[in-house]
Ligand binder design. Sequence first.
Ligand code: CTP
Length: 231
Amino acid sequence: MPLRDRKVIVTGGPTVEPLDPVRFISNRSTGKMGKAIADAAHLKAREIVFIHGPVHESLLENVPYRTVGIESTVEMLDAVISELRPDCVLIMAAAPADYRPVKKSSVKIKKSEEELILRLVKNPDILMTVAEIRRKNSALRNMFLVGFAAETDNIENYALGKLAEKDLDVICVNDVGRHDAGFGVDTNIVTIFSRWGDRLELPLLSKKDTASRIIDCVEEGIMKKTDKLLP
Ligand code: CTP
């Protein structure tokens, strides 16, 4: 089924994991890349939903598709699962927090101790959970999964490792070691790898142009996957 007939679920931004009513653990993701991908997908796909963590409200002004705001990684997982359909493409551009505090204090933590030790527990991996759902449910086998990776070194090795480990169709790798790529800035340098052995190294581009090249690759990948599934 081509991209124009598909639903695209894009995630973007950080997630936040509360420590107490006023403090949280999070990361530097701004949601710009995810939003650019949702915009690019909107030009080509049947339906878009953008599931995002806390982002600047200006990012979501006049968005012409559905948006769903969440806070924590578990909430993002639940939101993604509730949107899954047999025809969907999931593009995980978000930076979900990998760990959350073992428990959230119901009252503000006071600075009474000289040293404060935080105990964290691993969050579920959204892509791995969805890939497992796809493996176990033959009605969902045509879902197309796209991951991102933010790396500073050994880019190709880590990318191919995550592609295999998370059972993805495509992975887009940001070189976050560079000041003009990755978090917060408007440009990016991405290399795209597919499970069919394709490798496309994009130059320094605006996030808008990077997003439209990624959507082109997803469109090609969907056709390749469909061809392979045909008898
Ligand atoms: N991701 C996810 N669920 C998480 C964490 C990450 O689905 N709990 C997704 C991200 O949205 C991204 C991909 O996994 O598409 C890779 O994220 P990245 O942070 O680069 O890698 P991790 O798997 O978290 O591994 P590490 O931080 O050790 O590099």
